[in-house]
Design a protein around this ligand. Structure first.
Ligand SMILES: Nc1nc2c(c(=O)[nH]1)N[C@H]1C(S)=C(S)[C@@H](COP(=O)(O)O)O[C@H]1N2
Ligand SMILES: [Mo]
Length: 161
Protein backbone atom coordinates (compact mmCIF):
# COMPACT_ATOMS: atom_id res chain seq x y z
CA UNK A 1 0.00 0.00 0.00
CA UNK A 2 2.78 2.44 1.03
CA UNK A 3 4.75 1.55 -2.12
CA UNK A 4 1.64 2.14 -4.24
CA UNK A 5 1.06 5.56 -2.70
CA UNK A 6 4.70 6.55 -3.30
CA UNK A 7 4.54 5.36 -6.93
CA UNK A 8 1.30 7.30 -7.49
CA UNK A 9 2.86 10.39 -5.95
CA UNK A 10 5.87 10.19 -8.25
CA UNK A 11 3.61 9.80 -11.30
CA UNK A 12 1.52 12.77 -10.23
CA UNK A 13 4.66 14.93 -9.99
CA UNK A 14 5.91 13.73 -13.39
CA UNK A 15 2.53 14.50 -14.93
CA UNK A 16 2.59 18.01 -13.53
CA UNK A 17 6.02 18.59 -15.11
CA UNK A 18 4.79 17.34 -18.49
CA UNK A 19 1.67 19.53 -18.31
CA UNK A 20 3.81 22.59 -17.47
CA UNK A 21 6.11 21.83 -20.39
CA UNK A 22 3.22 21.54 -22.86
CA UNK A 23 1.83 24.85 -21.63
CA UNK A 24 5.25 26.48 -21.98
CA UNK A 25 5.58 25.31 -25.56
CA UNK A 26 2.28 26.87 -26.59
CA UNK A 27 2.97 30.08 -24.62
CA UNK A 28 6.32 30.60 -26.39
CA UNK A 29 4.73 29.38 -29.61
CA UNK A 30 7.13 30.59 -32.26
CA UNK A 31 6.82 30.48 -36.02
CA UNK A 32 9.74 30.37 -38.42
CA UNK A 33 9.53 32.45 -41.61
CA UNK A 34 11.90 31.56 -44.45
CA UNK A 35 12.82 33.38 -47.63
CA UNK A 36 15.73 31.86 -49.54
CA UNK A 37 18.69 31.85 -47.17
CA UNK A 38 17.20 34.22 -44.61
CA UNK A 39 15.15 32.98 -41.74
CA UNK A 40 13.51 34.73 -38.78
CA UNK A 41 11.32 33.55 -35.95
CA UNK A 42 8.31 35.36 -34.57
CA UNK A 43 7.08 34.98 -31.00
CA UNK A 44 3.46 34.80 -29.92
CA UNK A 45 3.74 38.36 -28.56
CA UNK A 46 5.02 39.66 -31.90
CA UNK A 47 2.20 37.94 -33.77
CA UNK A 48 -0.27 39.22 -31.18
CA UNK A 49 0.96 42.80 -31.73
CA UNK A 50 -0.31 42.77 -35.33
CA UNK A 51 -3.80 43.94 -36.22
CA UNK A 52 -6.16 41.40 -34.68
CA UNK A 53 -9.14 40.33 -36.78
CA UNK A 54 -12.22 38.39 -35.72
CA UNK A 55 -13.95 36.61 -38.59
CA UNK A 56 -16.26 33.75 -39.43
CA UNK A 57 -15.28 30.81 -41.60
CA UNK A 58 -16.99 27.54 -42.46
CA UNK A 59 -15.14 24.42 -41.34
CA UNK A 60 -16.11 21.47 -43.55
CA UNK A 61 -14.24 18.19 -43.06
CA UNK A 62 -14.71 14.77 -44.66
CA UNK A 63 -16.33 13.40 -41.52
CA UNK A 64 -18.41 16.40 -40.40
CA UNK A 65 -20.87 18.74 -42.09
CA UNK A 66 -20.22 22.45 -42.65
CA UNK A 67 -19.97 24.42 -39.39
CA UNK A 68 -19.55 28.19 -39.11
CA UNK A 69 -16.85 29.08 -36.58
CA UNK A 70 -15.58 32.38 -35.22
CA UNK A 71 -11.81 32.71 -35.36
CA UNK A 72 -9.41 35.38 -34.13
CA UNK A 73 -6.09 35.90 -35.84
CA UNK A 74 -4.05 38.02 -38.22
CA UNK A 75 -3.87 38.20 -42.00
CA UNK A 76 -0.97 35.99 -43.09
CA UNK A 77 0.42 38.72 -45.35
CA UNK A 78 0.74 41.04 -42.31
CA UNK A 79 3.20 38.56 -40.80
CA UNK A 80 5.38 38.69 -43.92
CA UNK A 81 5.23 42.50 -43.87
CA UNK A 82 6.15 42.53 -40.17
CA UNK A 83 9.40 40.63 -40.81
CA UNK A 84 10.19 42.88 -43.77
CA UNK A 85 10.20 40.18 -46.41
CA UNK A 86 9.01 40.81 -49.95
CA UNK A 87 5.99 38.90 -51.13
CA UNK A 88 5.39 40.52 -54.54
CA UNK A 89 8.28 38.78 -56.32
CA UNK A 90 7.33 35.30 -55.03
CA UNK A 91 5.24 32.57 -56.60
CA UNK A 92 4.03 30.57 -53.66
CA UNK A 93 3.96 30.13 -49.93
CA UNK A 94 4.47 26.79 -48.23
CA UNK A 95 3.07 26.30 -44.74
CA UNK A 96 4.41 23.44 -42.61
CA UNK A 97 3.00 21.77 -39.50
CA UNK A 98 4.36 19.94 -36.48
CA UNK A 99 2.92 16.63 -37.78
CA UNK A 100 4.58 16.95 -41.20
CA UNK A 101 1.47 18.24 -42.96
CA UNK A 102 2.35 20.75 -45.71
CA UNK A 103 0.07 23.17 -47.55
CA UNK A 104 0.87 25.33 -50.59
CA UNK A 105 -0.73 28.70 -51.36
CA UNK A 106 -0.53 30.90 -54.43
CA UNK A 107 0.77 34.38 -53.61
CA UNK A 108 -2.43 35.82 -55.15
CA UNK A 109 -4.41 34.02 -52.43
CA UNK A 110 -2.16 35.40 -49.69
CA UNK A 111 -2.41 38.97 -51.04
CA UNK A 112 -6.24 38.80 -51.03
CA UNK A 113 -7.75 41.25 -48.51
CA UNK A 114 -9.94 38.80 -46.60
CA UNK A 115 -8.96 35.22 -47.24
CA UNK A 116 -5.84 33.73 -45.66
CA UNK A 117 -5.42 34.11 -41.90
CA UNK A 118 -3.21 32.70 -39.20
CA UNK A 119 -5.70 32.06 -36.40
CA UNK A 120 -4.90 31.60 -32.71
CA UNK A 121 -8.38 31.62 -31.18
CA UNK A 122 -11.61 29.74 -31.84
CA UNK A 123 -14.79 31.19 -30.32
CA UNK A 124 -12.66 33.47 -28.15
CA UNK A 125 -10.59 30.64 -26.67
CA UNK A 126 -6.91 30.01 -27.52
CA UNK A 127 -6.46 27.18 -30.02
CA UNK A 128 -4.86 24.48 -27.95
CA UNK A 129 -1.77 22.53 -29.03
CA UNK A 130 -1.78 19.09 -30.60
CA UNK A 131 -0.92 17.49 -27.22
CA UNK A 132 -3.86 19.28 -25.66
CA UNK A 133 -6.23 17.98 -28.34
CA UNK A 134 -6.48 21.30 -30.20
CA UNK A 135 -5.59 22.48 -33.71
CA UNK A 136 -3.07 25.16 -32.67
CA UNK A 137 -1.47 27.10 -31.21
CA UNK A 138 -1.75 28.39 -34.79
CA UNK A 139 -4.01 27.24 -37.61
CA UNK A 140 -4.12 28.48 -41.17
CA UNK A 141 -7.67 29.49 -42.13
CA UNK A 142 -8.49 29.94 -45.82
CA UNK A 143 -11.98 31.45 -45.79
CA UNK A 144 -12.58 31.05 -49.51
CA UNK A 145 -11.77 27.33 -49.61
CA UNK A 146 -15.02 25.39 -49.63
CA UNK A 147 -13.42 22.42 -47.85
CA UNK A 148 -10.92 22.57 -45.02
CA UNK A 149 -8.13 20.25 -46.15
CA UNK A 150 -5.70 23.17 -46.55
CA UNK A 151 -6.54 24.66 -43.15
CA UNK A 152 -3.14 23.63 -41.81
CA UNK A 153 -3.25 22.91 -38.07
CA UNK A 154 -0.20 23.15 -35.72
CA UNK A 155 1.65 25.62 -38.01
CA UNK A 156 5.39 25.88 -37.23
CA UNK A 157 6.94 27.25 -40.43
CA UNK A 158 6.11 29.50 -43.37
CA UNK A 159 8.34 29.55 -46.45
CA UNK A 160 8.23 31.95 -49.38
CA UNK A 161 9.20 30.51 -52.77
N1 LIG B 1 -1.35 19.72 -39.54
C1 LIG B 1 -2.46 19.22 -40.12
N2 LIG B 1 -3.38 20.07 -40.58
C2 LIG B 1 -4.51 19.60 -41.17
C3 LIG B 1 -4.74 18.22 -41.31
C4 LIG B 1 -3.74 17.33 -40.80
O1 LIG B 1 -3.83 16.11 -40.88
N3 LIG B 1 -2.61 17.88 -40.19
N4 LIG B 1 -5.91 17.78 -41.90
C5 LIG B 1 -6.66 18.74 -42.75
C6 LIG B 1 -8.02 18.34 -43.05
S1 LIG B 1 -8.20 17.10 -44.19
C7 LIG B 1 -9.13 18.99 -42.53
S2 LIG B 1 -10.68 18.64 -43.03
C8 LIG B 1 -8.96 20.08 -41.52
C9 LIG B 1 -9.83 19.88 -40.30
O2 LIG B 1 -9.43 18.70 -39.71
P1 LIG B 1 -10.13 18.07 -38.41
O3 LIG B 1 -10.80 16.87 -38.93
O4 LIG B 1 -8.99 17.74 -37.49
O5 LIG B 1 -11.06 19.08 -37.86
O6 LIG B 1 -7.62 20.21 -41.12
C10 LIG B 1 -6.69 20.14 -42.16
N5 LIG B 1 -5.42 20.50 -41.62
MO1 LIG C 1 -10.46 16.68 -44.36
Amino acid sequence: MVVLIIVMGVFALMNREIAKEAQGVSENAEIIIKDGNSQVSLSFDEINSLEEVEFNAVLDTSDSGPKENTYTGVLLKEIIEKVGMDIEDKKQMVVKALDGYVVALKISEVIDEDNVYLAYKLDGQPLRSKEQGGSGPYQLIIRKDQFSQRWCKFVVEIELK
